[in-house]
Ligand binder design. Sequence first.
Ligand SMILES: NC(=O)c1ccc[n+]([C@@H]2O[C@H](COP(=O)([O-])OP(=O)(O)OC[C@H]3O[C@@H](n4cnc5c(N)ncnc54)[C@H](OP(=O)(O)O)[C@@H]3O)[C@@H](O)[C@H]2O)c1
Length: 275
Amino acid sequence: MKSLKNSKFLILGAGNMGIAFIKALLQNKILASKIFILEKRISPELKKIKLKKKIKVLKQASRLPKNFRPDIVLLAVKPNQLDSAVSKELINIISDSLIISIIAGKKISALKKITRNKNKSVRAMTNTPVSLGMGTSILYFDKGIKERYKNLAREFLALVGQVNEAKNEKAIDSFTAIYGSGPAYIYLIIESLIKISSRAGLKNSENMVIQTFLGSLLLLMSGNSDAKTLRENVTSKGGTTQAALSILNSQNGLPKLLGRAIEKAKKRSIELSRD
Ligand SMILES: NC(=O)c1ccc[n+]([C@@H]2O[C@H](COP(=O)([O-])OP(=O)(O)OC[C@H]3O[C@@H](n4cnc5c(N)ncnc54)[C@H](OP(=O)(O)O)[C@@H]3O)[C@@H](O)[C@H]2O)c1
């Protein structure tokens, strides 16, 4: 059985997400000669990687070497691009590969149909911090996929961060709503605090907000207390934090608002999913 280190890779679509995986492979000492990229449009970033690492970027599957059979294929084109991206030629080339899709809304049934690869297709979802190796990802394994391929998929996703597993495919919609879109919720809170701080006339607001987030997170990750305890520690009776939390944590406050927002995102994820 091949390990990640001696596998050959094909990345279909080297946009934001595809490039994050390509960089992670190279950083993890996978030889550039083992990575092939299929990409229609070569962005300046991809061009830089291509020149520096001598990695092969091709526009069509017909340009791949005759006997090239990748062990792992990453599908990272946009959902509406998948059908046309998986040509007949490509279907033959990837018939025996482990196929990992991070394409939002593409169900495993659709993936199997499009790629004609029945036993080794895996659905995954992730988020933008993958570009720093700090992504949060989830994998969904269909019935029948062998343990060794599951392990290979786990290992591949672990290159870009933390890996979790979905008990059923529906869980992907919840994951997408909470963690796929999650970075946007965090940035909105950061943006709002920066605006409030600047309006209050404080200089260096952006740095102060970022430092407050970072410090709070590191405190939480130092492992001595959970979020609830840390929040309670800041909230002295009759103090300023309690005054603010009486609004934020009220019946229609932040938890309820986030719940509603995420429910709407999940509904949209379900609507966008196609068989
Ligand atoms: N961004 C996120 O937060 C996130 C999170 C999790 C999952 N995803 C999923 O990841 C996938 C990629 O997202 P992204 O943000 O990386 O998109 P992206 O930047 O648009 O990257 C997709 C790339 O694939 C190229 N492409 C299109 N058709 C192709 C073909 N036939 N052959 C080869 N390459 C082709 C596109 O070229 P053109 O630009 O010329 O079309 C583009 O450069 C999406 O399906 C998305 O749902 C995204």
